[in-house]
Design a protein around this ligand. Structure first.
Ligand code: G4P
Length: 557
C-alpha cells in the first residue's frame, strides 16, 4: 500500500469563509454530529456503509464489509500503524444528506459520523469520542439484545446527557420479539423506548416499517424490496392502512396491534424527554439489506440536536457564533520511529476553522499552525479547507496536543478537561534497565498527561514501578511501543489480577489495605482508587464493611 502523503495541498486562501453570526448559525444548524455505540458484530461497519450509500457517497455497498477489506482494518491496527507510521483507523465520516422530509429549498444537512473504535481497539478513545458528539445511535443486534460494550458506552452517554436513538439491527434474521427487546432496554438501562418505526413481519421476515405518529397511530406503511446482495438502496413503496392490510394482512395487523400496545403504555415519542435522555426513539432496520437506513438518517436530521454552545472551565458558554474554538478529543501517535506523526482530532465548537489559520493552544498559550489539517476516513485522507461547529478535523504533527485540550482564535477560551473513564485492565510498568530511570520517568509523565493510560502509584510499589490502568488492554502495547520509539526505553510490564476500580478515600484506605484481593492507589490527578480482584470480592467487602467508600467510576471529572 502507498504511504499516505502528508504534504500540504495547494495554498488555500485563509479568511474567505463567511463568519457572520447568521452564516455560522445556519452552518451549525444544518449539522448533526453523532456516533454509533454498539458491541462488536452488531453491524456498525455495515450500517456506516449503508449510511454512506444513502448519502450517495458511494454507489454500492459491499466494500467496507466485504470479507477481505474490513476485518484487517480492525485486527491489524498495530501492524499498519507500524508499517505506515500513521493511523489507519477511521475517525470521522462527513456527508451531505437531503432528507425527503425537509424543505426542498433548504440546504442539505451535513452529517458527521464519528467512529467509536470497538473491537480489540476498545479503549479510552472509544469513550472520548462521545465527548465530541451531540447524539448517539445505539445499535442492537435483534437476536442478542443489549451487550456489554453497548452498556458501557450507554452509561457514558447517559452521564454526559447525550440523547440516544435506538436502532434494532438485523431484523432480516431470526431474532427476539420486538416487545421483548424494548422491555429489556427499559428494564436494564431505564431508558424508555419510543418507537418511531415498528417492524412489519417478525425478525427473519422483514417486510417493512409501520411509521408511528407522535400519538402512536399508524401513519403509513413503508414496504421495502430487497436488492441483490443489499448492494443498493432498497426501493420503498408507501402504502396507507388499507393498502397495507391488503398487501401484508396478518403481519400488518400484528404491527398495528403492537403499536397500539406501546401507546397504551405511553411509549410515544416526546422530543423534550428524548433530549433529556429519558426516552429513545426506536427504529427497526437491516443494515445489510439497507432497510430502515433512510429512516435512521431522517430521524437524526429531524430530531437529534445540532451543535450548540459549550461551557468553558469558568462555566461561560461559548456560542457556535463566537470566534473559532475547538476541543481535541483523540490523539494518535505514529508507532514508527521513522515517522513521528501525531494526528490530533478536534471537534469544532464555535466559529469557522480554515486550514492555514494560526490558532492558539490554550494549555500552552502557544500558536499552532494548521497548514496540514485533514479529514480522515478509513485509509483516505483529504485536506480540509474549512470546518464549522460539529465538524471533526485531524491535525498532523500535533506534538503538543492532548485529549481535552482547547484551540481558539481571537477570544480566549479553555474547555473543561475530558474526564478519565473507569479502567478495567491493570498492569505494572518498569524500565528494563535501571540506568534508564530518568527517561522512563519522563515517558511515564508524558503518556500520563496525554491520557494514554492512567498512572497509579502507592508507597509499597514505589515510583520506579507505577501501575497502568486502562479501558482497553491494547493501551499497554501502545505504551510499550511509544516508550521505545520516543524515549528509547524498553518497558517491562506484567498484568495485575484486578478487574475493577472503585473510587475511595483516605479514611477507607487502611481497612481496604487489610482486605485480600484489594490494593489502594493514588492516581496522578489525586483521586484514590481501590483495585479489586473481582465483583464477588467487592460485594463481600461491601457487605462486611458498608462504611467504606467504594464508588463506581463511570466518567469521573
Ligand atoms: P461491527 O462493525 O459492528 O463489528 O459489525 P459488522 O458491520 O462487521 O457486521 C458483523 C456481521 O453482521 C457481518 O457478518 C455483517 O455482514 C453482519 N450484519 C450486519 N448487519 C446485518 C444485518 O442487518 N443483517 C444481517 N443478516 N447481517 C448483518 P460477517 O459474516 O461477520 O461478515 P461478512 O463475512 O459478511 O463480512
Amino acid at each position: 500500500t502507498e504511504p499516505v502523503s502528508t504534504t500540504a495541498a495547494p495554498d488555500h486562501e485563509v479568511g474567505t469563509a463567511d463568519k457572520s453570526a447568521k452564516a455560522l448559525a445556519a452552518e451549525a444548524g444544518r449539522r448533526r454530529t453523532f456516533a454509533v455505540i454498539s458491541h462488536p458484530d452488531a453491524g456498525k461497519s455495515t450500517l456506516t456503509e449503508a449510511l454512506a450509500l444513502h448519502a450517495k457517497m458511494i454507489a454500492e455497498a459491499g466494500a467496507v464489509h466485504g470479507k477481505a477489506g474490513r476485518k484487517s482494518t480492525v485486527s491489524d491496527w498495530m501492524e499498519m500503524e507500524k508499517a505506515r507510521g500513521i493511523s489507519v483507523s477511521s475517525t470521522a465520516l462527513q456527508f451531505n444528506y437531503k432528507s425527503p422530509e425537509t424543505d426542498p429549498d433548504e440546504e442539505p444537512n451535513v452529517v458527521n459520523l464519528v467512529d467509536t473504535p470497538g473491537h480489540s481497539d476498545f479503549s479510552e478513545d472509544t469513550y472520548r469520542v462521545l465527548t465530541a458528539v451531540d447524539a448517539a445511535v445505539m445499535l442492537i443486534d435483534a437476536a442478542k439484545g443489549l451487550e456489554p460494550q453497548t452498556l458501557k458506552l450507554f452509561q457514558v452517554c447517559k452521564h454526559r446527557g447525550i440523547p440516544v436513538v435506538t436502532v434494532i439491527n438485523k431484523w432480516d434474521r431470526p431474532g427476539r420479539s420486538p416487545l421483548e427487546l424494548l422491555d429489556e432496554i427499559q428494564e436494564r438501562i431505564g431508558l424508555t423506548p419510543t418507537p418511531l418505526y415498528w417492524p412489519v413481519g417478525i425478525a427473519g421476515d422483514f417486510r417493512g416499517l409501520l411509521r408511528r405518529g407522535e400519538d402512536g397511530a399508524a401513519q403509513e406503511y413503508v414496504r421495502f424490496t430487497r436488492t441483490a446482495g443489499g448492494a443498493k438502496i432498497a426501493p420503498e413503496e408507501i402504502l396507507d392502512s388499507a393498502g397495507a392490510a391488503a398487501r401484508d394482512g396478518d403481519a400488518w395487523e400484528t404491527a398495528v396491534e403492537e403499536s397500539e400496545l406501546l401507546s397504551a403504555s405511553g411509549q410515544d415519542h416526546d422530543q423534550e424527554l428524548f433530549i433529556a435522555g429519558q426516552t429513545s426513539p426506536v427504529i427497526f432496520a437491516s443494515a445489510m439489506l439497507n432497510f430502515g437506513v433512510r429512516q435512521i438518517l431522517d430521524t437524526l436530521v429531524a430530531l437529534a440536536p445540532s451543535p450548540g454552545a459549550r461551557a468553558d472551565v469558568a462555566g461561560t458558554e461559548r456560542d457556535v457564533t463566537d470566534p473559532f474554538s475547538a476541543v481535541v478529543f483523540k490523539v494518535q501517535a505514529g508507532m514508527d520511529t521513522a515517522h513521528r506523526d501525531r494526528l490530533a482530532f478536534m471537534r469544532v465548537v464555535s466559529g469557522v476553522f480554515e486550514r492555514g489559520m494560526v490558532v492558539t493552544h490554550a494549555q500552552t498559550g502557544k500558536p499552532f499552525a494548521t497548514k496540514y489539517a485533514q479529514t480522515v476516513f478509513g485509509r483516505e485522507r483529504s485536506t480540509v479547507d474549512s470546518a464549522y461547529p460539529g465538524d471533526v478535523v485531524g491535525l498532523v504533527n500535533a506534538t503538543a496536543l492532548a485529549p481535552g485540550h482547547t484551540l481558539f482564535t481571537d477570544k480566549k477560551v479553555e474547555f473543561p478537561p475530558i474526564p478519565s473513564f473507569a479502567p478495567e485492565h491493570f498492569s505494572t510498568l518498569r524500565a528494563e534497565s535501571a540506568g534508564k530511570y530518568k527517561q522512563f520517568r519522563r515517558a511515564v509523565d508524558q503518556l500520563d498527561s496525554e491520557g494514554v493510560v492512567q498512572i497509579l502509584r502507592n508507597d509499597i510499589r514505589g515510583d520506579a514501578s507505577p501501575v497502568m490502568a486502562a479501558v482497553g488492554p491494547m493501551q499497554f502495547e501502545v505504551v510499550a511501543a511509544r516508550m521505545k520509539a520516543e524515549f528509547n526505553v524498553e518497558a517491562r510490564m506484567e498484568g495485575l489480577p484486578y478487574q475493577l476500580a472503585r473510587r475511595t478515600d483516605a479514611e477507607s484506605a487502611t481497612e481496604l489495605g487489610r482486605q485480600r484481593g484489594v490494593e489502594v492507589f493514588t492516581r496522578s490527578d489525586g483521586v484514590m482508587l481501590a483495585l479489586v480482584s473481582d465483583k464477588w470480592r467487592l460485594q463481600y467487602i461491601q457487605k462486611e464493611h458498608p462504611e467504606l467508600t467504594l464508588e463506581p467510576l463511570v466518567a469521573t471529572a
